[in-house]
Write a protein that binds this ligand. Structure first.
Ligand code: C5P
Length: 228
């Protein structure tokens, strides 16, 4: 990967996304394309950004029957993305089917698992039939993801040390909810600074608005680099 930082392209149009990519050109930023941009601009835009030589994380959080997710993963790989993700709650068979397909490729993307959405607390989990506290469920699903051949997980800054303890050093951790010291918090609650997230053991950071909404995006990105 070019760097540890994925800038979230949370915009609606190809033009807006390419403007951000262009603004950060040459700084070794990586980029995250999520459901909002992918649904409006589609795979052609992903191909275009990859074609510009950029590292892309396709954040579509696949969750379906094993065959469907494995084939979606192959389609993601064929776009040339470096990372895509699945929901660990899709289960072992689903994740193993993805691993199986990726193992047939010569240079497969990294596959990360989402454990518990950080928007869900203990009460929300109980409502969908999970009686365990969120932290226990995070640890459980992270271990299952590891046992099912996933390369790592997406985790909140507050879960990094828990996952390091349960899954070991080689399991990748990608962390959103990052706010540089000087930035606005926006709607994020469980946050960490870039420095603290890396110090706690994160391998990759996802940072959106502190860069994309900054008056000078290049400077904002460079400030984050120097912070870590
Ligand atoms: O602008 P901001 O830095 O808050 O963007 C963070 C990105 O990470 C968004 O794309 C958001 O959807 C994503 N994300 C998150 N928290 C999670 C999982 C993903 O903020 N728990």
């Amino acid at each position: 990967m070019k760097s540890k930082i994925f800038v979230a392209l949370d915009v609606d149009t190809e033009a807006q996304a390419l403007e951000i990519v262009g603004d950060l050109h040459g700084l070794n930023a990586c980029f995250k394309v999520g459901k909002q941009l992918f649904t409006s601009a589609g795979p052609d835009l992903v191909r275009k950004i990859v074609g510009m030589g950029e590292d892309v994380f396709l954040d579509l959080k696949y969750h379906d029957i094993p065959n469907t997710v494995a084939k979606a993963g192959l389609a993601a790989a064929s776009l040339g993305v470096r990372i895509f993700n699945v929901h660990a709650s899709g289960g072992r068979k689903m994740m193993e089917a993805v691993r199986n397909e990726m193992d047939k490729l010569s240079n497969p993307p990294m596959v990360l698992a989402v454990t518990v959405l950080t928007s869900m607390g203990d009460d929300d989990l109980r409502e969908v039939g999970v009686d365990a506290p969120a932290r226990d469920q995070v640890a459980r699903l992270a271990l299952l993801a590891k046992a099912s051949g996933m390369d790592g997980v997406v985790a909140s800054p507050l879960e990094i040390s828990l996952i390091r303890e349960t899954c070991g050093r080689d399991f990748k951790i990608l962390t959103p909810g990052i706010r540089p010291k000087s930035a606005a918090v926006n709607d994020q609650t469980r946050i960490a600074t870039p420095h603290d997230a890396i110090a706690a053991g994160a391998d990759f950071l996802v940072i959106g608005r502190p860069v994309t909404a900054a008056p000078d995006r290049r400077q904002a990105f460079l400030d984050i680099l120097s912070e870590i």
